[in-house]
Design a binder for this molecule. Sequence first.
Ligand code: FE
Ligand code: ZN
Length: 484
Amino acid sequence: MVTNISMVVRKALENGFQIEPKAFEIIKGLEEKDVNVRKFIQEVMEKKIVDECERRITEQDMSSILSLLGEDQGVLTEKVEIKTKVVIKKIERTQLLEGKEGFESLFKSRYNKLMMLVHSRPDHFYIETISSVKNNRGKGRRKISGLVMSKRLRRKNAVLTLDDNTGILETLAVDKRIIDKVREILLDSFVIVDIEFSGRDTAIIKSINPPDIPEQSLTLSKEKVYTVFTSDLHVGSKNFLNESFKKFIDWLGRKGKDKSIVSRIKYLIIAGDAVDGVGIYPGQETDLEELDVKKQYSKLAHLLADIPKSIQIFIIPGNHDPVGQALPQPPIPRKYAEDLYRLSNVTMLGNPVYIRLHDVNVLIYHGRSLDDVMAAIPGFTFARPAVAMKTLLRARHLAPIYGERTALAPEIEDNLVIEQIPSIFHSGHIHTLDSENYKGTLILNSGCWQAQTPYQAKMGIRPTPGIVPIVDLTNLEVFTRDFR
Ligand code: FE
Ligand code: ZN
């Protein structure tokens, strides 16, 4: 087939696209080759329209086409052989203390870790302790920090109580802009607050901020490698989409389209709720197809066994897996999932965990606390889990809210503080595919493989099963494939 350049250019112009000169050179270079450039340009344009990108065909677009051609059309005969490059940083429980004492040390550690984290920033040098501002209620703006012990939103103001290990201070927000910011502050999270004492000794909030992450340039992979992110398979549930999942496995086995992309997939992450489990909620038996949790894992292992061994699979537990629910969770025990442990390309990890894949730092966390974040902040919905994930990232903590649905282990050290900034922050649990880029970090919620359950229907939750996000580790761009 000979490419008719004028047709390609005309199609592009018709769709309002510009072709960069360098990209045009590459298109010209392909003229005599036996490839359908027009079809590829068409696909690039369609993707950009769907993703609402700038309507411009760049040299970079063309390079991805060249690599596609290399595999599918035989223009380039380069054989893809990529070695996996993995560094795992486990988050293990530190010593557990009993009850009240345990939680006291957990919160102390939380405060200290986050204080260390923000203190190195130039504008945070002058954070005063609560005891010192209470002893000297001088005029002018003062900067304090603390964990939010209570938050009361009222019609015309908001009251926030802060604790910084030296004392407790009640602060008041009166300005509408500040009240709106207080609304998005999570209970038990760390905040930096500027206050000014009013005439009646009330500490008025002048500004309030979570620790947040700075704008950053993150390390990316130099090699063209893709990672597939998924979660919430719920194998064993009557609603598990077995056929769709098999199509996905076939695709990973290069039995379908996208061979050149699939040959560069090196990692598959499963962020919890691998199986539906048993006894997770009252009356679950009626929703289960398989009532034995070991058999649920055997079935999953059987499915995953068909994935090429060149793809490394990482599995963490969720709230449906048979592991203690308090965070951090250990890996799914071998006694339940023997068949998974036997697969040579499967690594079982705890929840949460950091993994560096081809130099890209990935934080994987099932996402139980997203329920609490969504319940706590008005306007947050199951349709946009990435927004709630962003709130956690800005709070620099995976599960700040204590005493709601998310159980925390009473540890000596708080291991859920997000000390390292991830390049990719991956969660599941909400069953809705969603992603967002925040200051260079890709926030990704990976959907599910379970069709809407009667419970979700009742709650008005509309999951997005069978759609899988794939991330290019050279630029953190996300694209999806739909296997429904
Ligand atoms: Fe789930
Ligand atoms: Zn879950």
